[in-house]
Design a binder for this molecule. Structure first.
Ligand code: NOJ
Length: 516
C-alpha cells in the first residue's frame, strides 16, 4: 500500500479510507474484528500502520481507518470469555445473550433476521455440551453484536479510538453507525421477512411506500441511543490536534434523519447513499441533490456523494455495463465531482471497472453462504485492482483473495495512464480541476444555482464562473450558455461549444468556464 501512495497522490485524492485490516478470521472482509487494536499479520504489523500514516502525510494525504463498533468477531477474546462464563455473567453482558423461547429454549429470543440472510440468532452449545443461550448477530453468525449499554464496551471503544488517534490517524469511518443501540430485543417484529427485503439495496420487488414504512421504524437501527455515543466520541476527536474527523455509515429513513448524525457536537460527515442506488436520470438526480443539500445543510454539515463502494455493484455494471454503461458512468462521475462537499471514490471506480465474473467456488462473501447462493453477494465488486501486465496484474505475487479476470488487460492502471481518453485520465482531470477551480475547490460554500434546462438535462452553476450541463437523454441537446463560455472538460469528446450555445451529446456531462 505504501508503494501505491504515489498513485493515489497522482489521482488527486485528499485522503484514503482503508477497510478494516485488524486481526480477524476474515469471515466478512475484516468487518469481523478479533482485535481492534492490532493489525492482522496478513497485512503487516503496527509499525507498518504507523509507517503508512507517516508516508501518506509526507504526501499530504490524510488517512481514515474503518472502525467496527456494532459487533466483534466470535474469535475476539471477549466472546470466548463469554462462552466460558455462565449465563447472567458480566462476560455475557457485553453481547446480547438471551434464553430461547419454547419448552426447551429452542425458539430464538425474537424473530429478527440477519441482514445477510437467515436468522439473527445462533444458539450456543454450553461448555457442558447442553444447548444453551442464543446470541444476536445482525450480520454473520461470526459477528456477535455488542451490547452498548455495557460500560466495558464503551470504554474499550474509546481506548481503540485513542489508540489509533495517538498513532496519527486522521479519522474514522464508522461501520453500521446507526446500529449500536437496540430496542425491544425481546419483542417480535410484525413483518420480519418484509423488513429483511426492505433493508436490501435491490429494492425492485417492493412498493416504495411499503419499504419506507418498514424502514422508518427498525428496532435495531437509528435509535435515539446512538447519538449520546457519538457526542462522547466527538469530545475525543476534538481533544486531538490536526482536525480529526469521522464519517458515519448510517442508512436512515426518512433521509432527513441523516442530519441528526452530523449535528455540530456529533460526527463530521454521513455517507449519502442516494447516488449508489440512483438511476442515470436527471429528474431523480436533481431531487436527490436538492434533498441532500437541504438536509445536511440544515445543520451546516458538508454533503457527501458516493457512486460506488465495496457493498454494491460497481458503477458501470449498475448502469448496464458495456460501452453504454461506461459512458453513463463517466457522465455521472463528472456530475458528482462538481458537487460541493466530499466525494468518496471506491478503488477501481476511476478505472471504470465492472463486477468481475467469479466461479462460486471462489466466493468469500457471507451473503452468498447465508442465502445458500441465491444472492451472489458483493465479491464481484471487490476484485483487486489491476495495476499492470504482470503476475496477478501486479497486485500481489501471492494469491489474491479473489481471482482477477484475465480480460482486464486493457483496464490496468498502466494502460489507462498512457491513454488520454481513459476513465483514469478523466478522473485525474476532473479531480485536478475540482482542487483548483475557484468555484469547486475546498470551501464551506455549499451553494449551487440551478439553471433552467430541458427535460432530462441538469444545469448547475457554481460561483465564480463554473457551469455544468449533464444530459441524461439518449439524444443530443443544445443549451444556451451565454457569450464567452469555454469548455473545461467533458465526459466524452462529443461536446461542441458554439457562440452562445453548447451542443451536448446523449449521456454526456460537460464543465464550462464562464467569463467574469
Ligand atoms: C457495512 C460494511 O460496509 C460491510 O462491508 C459489512 O459487511 C457490514 N457493515 C457489517 O460490518
Amino acid at each position: 500500500m505504501i508503494a501505491r501512495l504515489d498513485y493515489l497522490k497522482s489521482l488527486g485524492v485528499d485522503a484514503i479510507w482503508l477497510s478494516p485490516f485488524y486481526k480477524s478470521p476474515n469471515k466478512d472482509g475484516g468487518y469481523d474484528v478479533a482485535d481492534p487494536r492490532d493489525v492482522d499479520p496478513k497485512f503487516g504489523n503496527l509499525l507498518d500502520a504507523k509507517c503508512l500514516i507517516e508516508e501518506a502525510h509526507r504526501r499530504e494525504l490524510r488517512v481514515i481507518f474503518d472502525i467496527v463498533p456494532n459487533h466483534f468477531s466470535t474469535e475476539h477474546l471477549w466472546f470466548k470469555e463469554a462462552l466460558a462464563s455462565p449465563k447472567g455473567s458480566v462476560a455475557r453482558s457485553r453481547f446480547h445473550f438471551y434464553d430461547g423461547r419454547g419448552e426447551s429454549g429452542e425458539i430464538p429470543p425474537n424473530n429478527w433476521n440477519s441482514i445477510f440472510g437467515g436468522p439473527a440468532w445462533t444458539r450456543l452449545t454450553e461448555v457442558d455440551g447442553s444447548k444453551g443461550q442464543w446470541y444476536l448477530h445482525l450480520f454473520d453468525s461470526t459477528q456477535a453484536d455488542l451490547n452498548w449499554d455495557n460500560l466495558d464496551v464503551r470504554d474499550d471503544f474509546e481506548k481503540t479510538l485513542r489508540f489509533w488517534l495517538d498513532l496519527g490517524v486522521d479519522g474514522f469511518r464508522i461501520d453500521v453507525a446507526h446500529g449500536l443501540a437496540k430496542e425491544t430485543i425481546l419483542q417480535d417484529h410484525p413483518d420480519p421477512e418484509g423488513l429483511t427485503r426492505a433493508l436490501r439495496l435491490d429494492v425492485s420487488d417492493m412498493r416504495q411506500e411499503d419499504r419506507e414504512r418498514l424502514l422508518s421504524d427498525v428496532p435495531f437501527f437509528d435509535r435515539e441511543g446512538v447519538h449520546e455515543i457519538y457526542r462522547s466520541w466527538r469530545k475525543i476527536f476534538d481533544s486531538y490536534s490536526g482536525g480529526r474527523i469521522s464519517v458515519a455509515e448510517a442508512w436512515v429513513h426518512p433521509s432527513s434523519r441523516a442530519a441528526r448524525y452530523v449535528r455540530s457536537d456529533e460526527l463530521h460527515q454521513i455517507f449519502n447513499f442516494d447516488f449508489l442506488i440512483a438511476p442515470w436520470d436527471a429528474e431523480f438526480l436533481v431531487a436527490a441533490i436538492k434533498r441532500t443539500l437541504s438536509e445536511v445543510g440544515s445543520v451546516d454539515a458538508p454533503p457527501t456523494w458516493v457512486l460506488s463502494n465495496h457493498d454494491s455493484p460497481r458503477l458501470v455494471t449498475r448502469l448496464g455495463g458495456g460501452d453504454l454503461g461506461e459512458r453513463k458512468a463517466r457522465a455521472f462521475a463528472l456530475l458528482t465531482h462538481a458537487l460541493p462537499g466530499g466525494i468518496y471514490i471506491f478503488q477501481g471506480e476511476e478505472l471504470a471497472l465492472v463486477d468481475g465474473a467469479l466461479p462460486d467456488s471462489a466466493r468469500q462473501d457471507p451473503v452468498f453462504f447465508r442465502t445458500n447462493g441465491k444472492d451472489k453477494g458483493r465479491d464481484g465488486a471487490r476484485i483487486p485492482l489491476p495495476w499492470e501486465s504482470a503476475v496477478n496484474f501486479g497486485f500481489s505475487t501471492g494469491t489474491p483473495w479473489l481471482p482477477i479476470p484475465k480480460d482486464w488487460e486493457d483496464k490496468t492502471v498502466a494502460q489507462q495512464s498512457i491513454n488520454e481518453s481513459s476513465s483514469l485520465a478523466l478522473y485525474k482531470k476532473s479531480l485536478e480541476i475540482r482542487s483548483l477551480h475557484p468555484a469547486l475547490k475546498k470551501s464551506s460554500n455549499y451553494n449551487i444555482e440551478w439553471i433552467n434546462a430541458p427535460k432530462g438535462v441538469i444545469g448547475i452553476k457554481r460561483a465564480p464562473g463554473f457551469l455544468l450541463i449533464a444530459n441524461t437523454n439518449v439524444e443530443e441537446i443544445s443549451v444556451e450558455i451565454g457569450e464567452g463560455a469555454e469548455l473545461l472538460l467533458a465526459s466524452n469528446s462529443e461536446v461542441v461549444v458554439k457562440v452562445g450555445r453548447a451542443v451536448v451529446a446523449g449521456h454526456t456531462t460537460c464543465w464550462l468556464n464562464l467569463p467574469k
